[in-house]
Write a protein that binds this ligand. Structure first.
Ligand SMILES: [Zn+2]
Length: 241
């Protein structure tokens, strides 16, 4: 299974061959552009187009026992494809692109608020990030700093580094928030800014390629969840007056 989204987040369609159908109806392919739920980013939805033009609606994408297994979950009452059948994959691009914009915004928020992250969850129109922090912080001020990073239009790119390289230069990972996964041989770093001057952190998700694509966002809410936990909500659009 080739996870094409890891190298090209903008790939909204591709051809693939059906390699397996699971007992629960989940579909496995030789390659896919459908992102599987992970790291707070929900898996892709969309449809598979068959040779005769009919469609198989996909309502979610998840990992199997390992990250190497990606399972496409058809909606109820969809026809099952045949093993060996070639299908054309189509992601619900509007939804995925919003997820990419908000996911990238979460990285920018971790630059503006350099506190340990205890949780994150991204939806189509709202992303939440939980920080281990006790300080009170003004949402207008955070919004302003976020938008400065968006408007600076920093490049966002992926860099793969070996674990040895990381051991030798632990500062390569600028965010102190994230503990890089070990034992995989190499790490996927998401870098922001020329030479990763703004940020770099391990992440397997999909992101926009320059920060201006995030567009207008604001902090909708900062909730106090316990003495040392603050929950930030990032939303699209201007901050309501
Ligand atoms: Zn990410």
């Amino acid at each position: 299974m080739k996870a094409l989204f890891a190298d090209d987040a903008y790939l909204s369609t591709c051809e693939a061959t059906v390699t397996g159908i699971r007992e629960d109806g989940g579909i496995e392919l030789d390659q896919t552009c459908f992102y599987a739920t992970s790291g707070g980013q929900p898996g892709d939805t969309g449809f598979f187009e068959r040779a005769d033009g009919t469609r198989i609606r996909i309502e979610g994408t998840i990992n199997g026992a390992t990250k190497a297994e990606i399972i496409h979950l058809p909606a109820a009452d969809q026809p099952a494809p045949d093993i060996g059948e070639t299908v054309t994959l189509h992601i619900d691009w509007d939804r995925r692109y919003k997820l990419m914009r908000l996911h990238t915004a979460c990285h920018l928020l971790s630059v503006v608020c350099p506190y340990p992250i205890t949780g994150a969850s991204i939806a189509e129109d709202d992303a939440r990030v939980d920080f281990d922090m006790s300080e009170t912080i003004d949402k207008a001020e955070v919004t302003e700093k976020l938008m400065a990073l968006v408007e600076a239009n920093h490049p966002v790119y992926i860099e793969w580094i070996s674990e040895e390289e990381f051991e030798a230069n632990p500062d390569i990972v600028k965010s102190k928030n994230v503990r890089p996964p070990r034992g995989l041989g190499r790490m996927r770093l998401v870098c922001i800014g020329d030479q990763a001057t703004v940020d770099s952190q391990p992440c397997g998700g999909t992101h926009v390629s320059e920060t201006a694509e995030v567009g207008q966002i604001h902090i909708g809410k900062i909730e106090k969840k316990g003495r040392e936990n603050r929950r930030f909500r990032i939303r699209f659009g201007e901050m309501p007056a």
